[in-house]
Design a protein around this ligand. Structure first.
Ligand code: AMP
Length: 302
């Protein structure tokens, strides 16, 4: 089944202690859409400026991503500039330029409105709700967010949580949002606010999935070579939702598998800057790493 994805589309400049790259394709929707495209057809909703490089449009097309909902406006594309420390879990935003994003108020193409699965990647909760309001009874809605919205848009974010089936956020965001130190308490608290499922990502420590009577903990893939962690969370959520959309059904086994596929795509993405690694990725690579995940986390008591 198809999946609608909205979020940011950006030209990212990223610096790590060993490498620096400028004006690469980024944004929450770009990462999520490309990761999801390995599982299911994607309808993208976003905005770019007239300066957006054509090769990046070709990259979306190469992944079969439907661009009917991609608006090109006069002006510059959204830009983000970030820097990582030696501990690549620590990131500092150096600058953000909203540019064409400032006036983004999308109207969905008619062909998008009945898309059964939806992933609202990180953008303001008002924009996420604006897109959702135009959808015709989607079957499963997943939303992501970030610290900025927790700090500045707490009420709209709480409203959004009452409208989605699943929320995906990282550990520090879960703590900040709920004011709980325990991630288990944080997950349980968020469940009470509306979503049926809460996924808490813990970076290189894996992730947790909470539901009312169900819990799943997955490890992260122990990678030796991490070049750029940008977009790992978006790839996780894109693949997680993309896999569920492909299956067309939600149950505990499928949710567990979706968490592992999310972790697999996130682990590949950090092996190169921008969407570099996902460009060479094959379904066979995904299957092989999925099997390694299975082996490395499987045990039985004798
Ligand atoms: P992640 O590493 O998963 O947190 O996502 C990184 C992506 O988020 C980058 O590609 C940025 O372009 C994008 N991003 C950064 N700040 C914002 C923001 N305020 N709104 C939407 N997207 C953003």
């Amino acid at each position: 089944m198809s999946l609608l994805i909205t979020g940011s589309i950006a030209l990212d400049s990223v610096k790590t202690p060993v490498e620096e790259h400028r004006e690469l394709l980024g944004g929450s929707a770009s990462y999520a859409a490309v990761a999801a495209s390995f599982f299911t057809p994607v309808n993208l909703v976003g905005i770019v400026g007239s300066d957006f490089p054509k090769p990046y449009l070709d990259l979306y097309r190469k992944h079969g991503i439907n661009l009917d909902g991609l608006q090109t406006a006069a002006g510059k594309t959204f830009r983000w500039h970030g820097e990582y420390e030696w501990d690549l879990n620590k990131r500092r935003t150096l600058s953000v330029a909203l540019n064409v994003f400032e006036t983004f108020h999308p109207t969905l193409p008619d062909g998008y409105r009945r898309t059964p699965y939806v992933f609202l990647a990180n953008i303001s909760p008002q924009l996420q709700m604006h897109v959702l309001a135009q959808m015709n009874a989607p079957r499963f809605i997943v939303a992501d967010t970030m610290d900025l919205w927790i700090e500045t848009q707490r009420e709209p974010l709480r409203e959004l949580m009452g409208k989605v089936h699943c929320i995906v956020l990282n550990d520090s965001e879960a703590r900040e949002l709920t004011k709980e130190t325990s991630l288990v308490k944080a997950g349980r608290k968020i469940l009470k606010w509306g979503p049926k499922y809460v996924v808490v990502k813990k970076g290189e420590h894996g992730c947790l999935l909470f539901a009312e009577n169900f819990f799943f903990s997955a490890p992260a893939y122990p990678l030796e070579d991490i070049h750029d962690p940008t977009g790992a969370g978006d790839c996780f959520a894109g693949a997680f939702t993309g896999y569920l959309a492909r299956e067309g059904m939600i149950d505990h086994d499928r949710l567990r598998k979706a968490v592992i596929y999310g972790s697999v795509l996130a682990s590949f993405n950090v092996e190169a800057f921008s969407l570099g690694r996902l460009q060479t990725l094959t379904p066979q690579d995904i299957d092989e790493r999925y099997q390694i995940f299975k082996l490395m986390s499987h045990f039985e008591f004798g």
